[in-house]
Design a protein around this ligand. Structure first.
Ligand code: ZN
Length: 252
């Protein structure tokens, strides 16, 4: 399989997206797959949509795309404010809303399953490290939530949504990128790989996160980008709440 860059949760962060795409090309990526949440939070949603629509072989619908279509139900006030502004921006660009409305919730390729949240609830279920066996209450050795997800896949499944990179294997164990030297061999087996977030990392590391995949081995990448300019763009947009800019600088 040709080397594929898998990106997620760009959230309208154009400097982060450009830095990630440049790194992926430098590393020899020939294809691009996107797991959703291109928009929401950040100041450049339509620019990110335009670039990725042109570039990606597959784009999955995220919960922020869904909220642009249906309204920000269940969103916190900051995220909801960003969705209202984002929808107005998207409506200014011809064809973008229809494009969003046609995005699939799941794509199966020869080597991978692509969803935004989880295999059992593609749009909006979170799968955290805390759902894996090492973090369950004492003496519990079974996670019904993860079992439900693994029933829906028979090969590596790529997700985003939590904005925290890592792998959950078929034994329901968690491996962080640092624990595998940023290289995880799936051996083609069912597992759930979270590629992290390009535009709003939440693990305390402000660098953009994405992954490369050759059909078997996942390589986790962290990329330095101009965080200040992404934050400033949010602060300078009147209808976007300022804390959404500040959190980029703090990495959560
Ligand atoms: Zn997201």
């Amino acid at each position: 399989m040709s080397l594929t860059a898998i990106i997620s949760d760009i959230h309208g962060n154009l400097p982060a997206l450009e830095a990630v795409l440049a790194d992926a090309r430098e590393r020899g990526a020939e294809r691009f797959w996107c797991l959703g949440d291109i928009v929401g939070y950040g100041a450049n949603p339509t620019e990110c949509l335009t670039i990725l629509r042109e570039l990606c072989q597959h784009i999955i619908r995220g919960n922020h795309e869904q909220a642009v279509l249906d309204g920000p139900y269940g969103f916190n006030p900051l995220a909801a404010a960003a969705i209202r502004w984002t929808r107005a921006e998207v409506l200014k660009v011809e064809d973008q809303l229809p494009f969003i409305s046609e995005l699939p919730e799941r794509v199966d390729t020869d080597h991978a399953v692509l969803v935004h949240g989880s295999p059992s609830q593609p749009l909006d279920e979170y799968l955290f490290r805390e759902d894996t066996l090492d973090h369950l209450p004492r003496n519990r050795d079974y996670s019904p939530k993860l079992a439900r997800s693994f029933r829906h896949i028979d090969r590596p499944c790529f997700v985003g949504h939590t904005h925290i990179p890592g792998v959950i294997d078929g034994e329901f164990r968690w491996t962080a990128p640092a624990e595998c030297d940023n290289e995880y061999d799936t051996r083609g087996l069912a597992c759930i790989v979270n590629v992290g977030s390009v535009g709003q990392p939440r693990d305390g590391d402000t660098r953009a996160s994405y992954a490369l995949f050759d059909g078997q081995v996942v390589t986790f990448r962290r990329i330095i980008y101009d965080v200040e300019s992404a934050a400033l763009a949010i602060l300078n947009t009147r209808d976007l709440p300022d804390p959404l800019g500040r959190r980029l600088i703090e990495g959560w």
